[in-house]
Design a protein around this ligand. Structure first.
Ligand code: ADP
Ligand code: MG
Length: 302
């Protein structure tokens, strides 16, 4: 089942959250929707699932327009909203029965048992949602999204807030259930896309800035530069850094603070530390900066 957004624009008051966004996801694809906070990911997902309306443009699910067929379309979409809202006082099984009934899922008791097993909730099914760990709550959210056996899954930041083990478990679960479905998953973590997705759509400030196979982006991440921020107790003359090895360069300087950059695979901080000490520079801060989304965006859009 395919999913298509055509020229979607969304305004909140005068603020443009989505600006003429278009993309198409084909049947069976797992696509990552990647962007920093505030990029417009959740807004797009709420529009696709019919929870809010766009100002302009159309969404097609299997060539049906959400403006005319939202009821049929909702039957085909499983949606895990951001922050996974659950009724905390309901028991897991009770909650899933409740959701199944809302969707009028056929033979819902059997369906609920199957989903509980699929999502690894068997040991937790008689607990209250509120008593579960965050990882298990996320499984309940996924189970609820899957209960009516939808062909399209829309997952809004499904692993945010989970610990590393839970992240791996949820990613595996998504990969498993995603084999037979069309999946769109939002995240602000590049590695998440690499781990789960075939394709990545990158959104920034309400606009799509890249739409590529994940493989073509992995190369970019591996080629990333090391950036080290330093701060000294006293102001430093830049010419002293001309004596640094050629694979380390100063990118910005500001009296007492400097940014160093290197293509080297090895951590350059020990080398810098000795250099500063040998030159009697009193170092008060040194930290490695991760290549952030903005840097990746820059390299992608260049
Ligand atoms: P993301 O999910 O990528 O973090 P959102 O879609 O939540 O981004 O938000 C996109 C932009 O729209 C942000 O600037 C956000 O502050 C704004 N926004 C989101 N929801 C609302 C709302 N209900 N009212 C006003 N502004 C909103
Ligand atoms: Mg969001």
């Amino acid at each position: 089942m395919s999913l298509e957004a055509k020229n979607i624009t969304k305004l909140y008051g005068i603020q443009k959250a989505l600006d003429n966004v278009s993309f198409k996801i084909n049947t069976g694809e797992i696509v990552g929707f990647l962007g920093p906070n505030g990029a417009g990911k959740s807004t797009m997902m709420k529009i696709i699932t019919g929870f809010i309306e766009q100002n302009e443009g159309d969404i097609f699910v299997n060539n049906l327009n959400t403006k005319e067929n939202i009821k049929e379309i909702k039957q085909q979409i499983g949606y895990l909203p951001e922050h996974n809202p659950l009724y905390l006082d309901m028991f897991v099984k009770e909650y899933l029965n409740f959701v199944a009934k809302i969707y009028s899922a056929d033979n819902y008791k059997k369906k609920v048992s199957e989903i509980i097993e699929l999502t690894g909730l068997t040991s937790e099914q008689n607990k209250k949602n509120g008593a579960l760990s965050k990882g298990y709550r996320q499984r309940v959210g996924l189970a609820a999204a899957l209960i009516h056996n939808p062909e399209v899954l829309i997952l809004d930041e499904p692993t945010t807030g989970l610990d590393p083990n839970q992240i791996i478990e949820i990613r595996n679960l998504i990969t498993e259930v995603g084999k037979k479905k069309t999946v769109m998953l939002s995240t602000h973590i590049m590695q998440e896309v690499e781990a789960i997705c075939d394709r990545v759509i990158i959104i920034n400030k309400g606009q799509i800035i890249a739409d590529k196979p994940v493989k073509s982006i992995s190369g970019l991440i591996k080629r990333k530069k090391q950036i080290v921020f330093t701060e000294f107790a006293e102001s430093v003359k830049t010419d002293i850094f001309e004596k640094l090895p050629e694979y380390i360069s100063v990118v910005t300087s500001e009296n007492k603070s400097f940014l160093f950059e290197s293509d080297s695979e090895e951590d350059i901080r020990p080398e810098l530390f000795h250099f500063f000490a040998d030159n009697n520079l009193i170092l008060i801060t040194m930290k490695q900066k991760d290549e952030n989304m903005e840097d990746i965006f820059r390299s992608l859009t260049q």
